[in-house]
Design a protein around this ligand. Structure first.
Ligand SMILES: Cc1cc2nc3c(=O)[nH]c(=O)nc-3n(C[C@H](O)[C@H](O)[C@H](O)COP(=O)(O)OP(=O)(O)OC[C@H]3O[C@@H](n4cnc5c(N)ncnc54)[C@H](O)[C@@H]3O)c2cc1C
Length: 499
């Protein structure tokens, strides 16, 4: 069957957060994970007066109900006890805040859109939350080179909307685009669905402005493609998860907006066939491939159970979503059509649809993007974000299912197949530390044995901190510690996270 549909939608994380607050919230992280508070000072009236004078009363958040969304993470696993959110507008304000916090030994939790899934942006105790919320101005767009310079608090979706007028787009796209900030994306070295085409942020981010823990401003806000003058300092902060400095501005290479986008939604008999269809896509579609996503039937069942969405092609053990972006609609449609027919002829796929209109694409992408919304309705879901060599990509899902037997409600997998990035999800009836202790050491040991990574794109944050020494050598961890000591000797930035 070779039919055409239409569509596309972005997940607005804020909406989900609001819904989630209707449920009972999580316990304090410090209690559920038994964390000891570091030797930091507690906030007093003198500190508050300093911040009020600097930012003005309206840019301090102290009201308990207003603090809730800053203290509880997106998936409601973690809860901090912060009494204060600071919302600076300028680099100078950030610099003064950090210099003051450093001198007064006040711990700081750096926060962007608060969509991170490893607990990096959620305070553990009473850290002051330093938010990029109001640092959301476009600084400059070079329409010819496509380099955008903007404040770290710009929401990813807003940047795309702005760039669209200039026939440009961001080189990164993720389900949380309606809420995540570009500063948060850089701090987590976020991946997302377009990484296969545009590469990761180490390549696309050309420059950064960063405020160090002592308040000094590091100007690496380069907008050049090539600049080998000394060490590449900005790379230190890409993926540093708020532990080494506070990113205030980002210069990023944007991509031309494609004139033609096609989408194929395909069903396959087993994962080997998915790999064959994947290989063929890389060969046949080559330079126009912009996303290759996979999901198993359990993921689809969950989406169908918890949302009004359903598979457009009936039910199959595995689904493959392939997006192409190019400049010639006729050429791209023909290419995708030939690919589709080739896959059908070789039985790599059993069925599928290809679509080209924006509304049809939106509808199909919506299924992929609804996964996050549906799994939090599926009980208590443990999310694991691993990279695995493709030959082992799906084995781990089956292995974990066997390992857990009837102790879990559902074990399922989906992810960015194009980058070897699997999101392994385990849903439990309720939170159980005992189950986490049963699952994580085993899973991470296996991922290491299979020569994978325990964090493909989400980072280490708070939740994976204890496993860092298991997957990085002593020498590597020691160098990370040395870098932390050098850049943040009083350890005021994001304590209890990463190392
Ligand atoms: C529905 C959904 C889908 C997602 N899909 C993807 C995906 O496909 N790919 C992917 O990689 N991630 C994904 N994520 C995870 C998350 O959206 C990303 O990690 C994102 O980059 C976080 O951005 P943020 O602004 O929300 O950062 P936050 O959550 O606020 O912060 C994340 C980390 O960065 C630090 N940080 C934030 N801002 C700054 C700053 N200005 N300076 C220094 N440190 C800072 C924080 O301290 C924290 O450690 C998804 C999350 C959700 C909820």
């Amino acid at each position: 069957m070779f039919s055409k549909l239409k569509g596309r939608i972005c997940v607005n994380a804020t909406r989900y957060v609001k819904q989630r607050y209707l449920h009972a919230g999580p316990q304090f992280t410090k209690d559920s994970y038994e964390v000891q508070r570091g030797p930091y000072r507690s906030l007093n009236e003198g500190h508050l007066n300093y911040f009020r004078d600097l930012l003005g009363e309206t840019n301090l958040i102290q009201d308990l109900s207003d603090l809730e969304k800053y203290n509880v993470d997106f998936y409601k696993h973690l809860r901090g006890k912060s009494n204060l959110v600071l919302r600076p507008r300028t680099t100078t304000e950030v610099s003064k805040i950090l210099s003051f916090c450093n001198a007064n030994l006040l711990a700081v939790c750096t926060q962007g859109g608060h969509t991170g899934v490893c607990g990096g942006a959620t305070p553990i105790f009473d850290e002051i939350i330093l938010s990029t919320e109001l640092m959301n101005k476009i600084v400059h767009l070079d329409e010819i080179s496509g380099v955008l310079t903007c404040g770290a608090g710009c929401v990813l979706q807003n940047l795309n909307d702005y760039l669209s007028e200039f026939d440009l787009m961001m080189p990164i796209d993720l389900g949380a685009k309606g809420s995540c900030h570009i500063g948060g994306n850089v701090a987590t070295n976020a991946g997302g669905i377009r990484l296969i085409r545009y590469g990761n942020l180490h390549g696309n981010v050309l420059g950064l402005e960063v405020v160090k823990a002592n308040g000094e401003v590091l100007d690496c806000l380069n907008t050049l493609k090539k600049d080998n003058t000394g060490f590449h300092l900005k790379n230190t902060f890409i993926g540093s998860e708020g532990c080494l400095g506070f990113i205030t501005k980002v210069a990023i290479q944007c991509a031309p907006k494609p004139k033609s986008i096609q989408l194929a939604f395909l069903g396959a008999q087993n994962f080997d066939k998915i790999l064959m269809a994947f290989r063929k896509a890389k060969h046949d579609l080559g330079e126009i491939v912009s996303a290759i996503e996979v999901m198993d039937h359990k993921t689809m069942e969950m989406v169908e159970q918890h949302t009004p969405m359903s598979s457009p092609i009936g039910h199959y053990p595995f689904y493959l979503i392939i997006e192409t972006s190019g400049s010639d609609e006729v050429h791209d449609q023909e290419k995708l059509g030939r690919y589709f027919e080739g896959c059908m002829a070789k039985h790599f796929i059993l069925n599928g649809v290809t679509v080209s209109s924006p509304s049809q694409r939106e509808k199909l992408w919506h299924i992929r993007e609804k996964i996050a919304e549906s799994f939090y309705k599926d009980g208590y879901v443990l999310m694991y974000d691993v990279t695995l060599p493709l030959e082992h990509y799906y084995d781990i899902v089956a292995e974990m299912e066997n390992y857990l037997g009837n102790r879990s409600h559902r074990v399922f997998g989906f992810g960015h197949l194009g980058d070897g990035n699997l999101h392994l999800q385990i849903s439990l009836k309720e939170f159980s530390q005992e189950m986490i202790n049963y699952i994580e050491p085993y899973l991470y040991k296996r991922v290491k044995e299979l020569k994978g990574s325990i964090s493909a794109e989400h980072g280490i944050g708070f939740l994976k901190k204890q496993y860092l020494p298991m997957v990085q050598s002593n020498v590597n961890v020691a160098l990370m510690r040395d870098m932390k000591k050098l850049l943040d000797p009083n350890c005021i930035l994001n304590p209890y996270k990463v190392i």
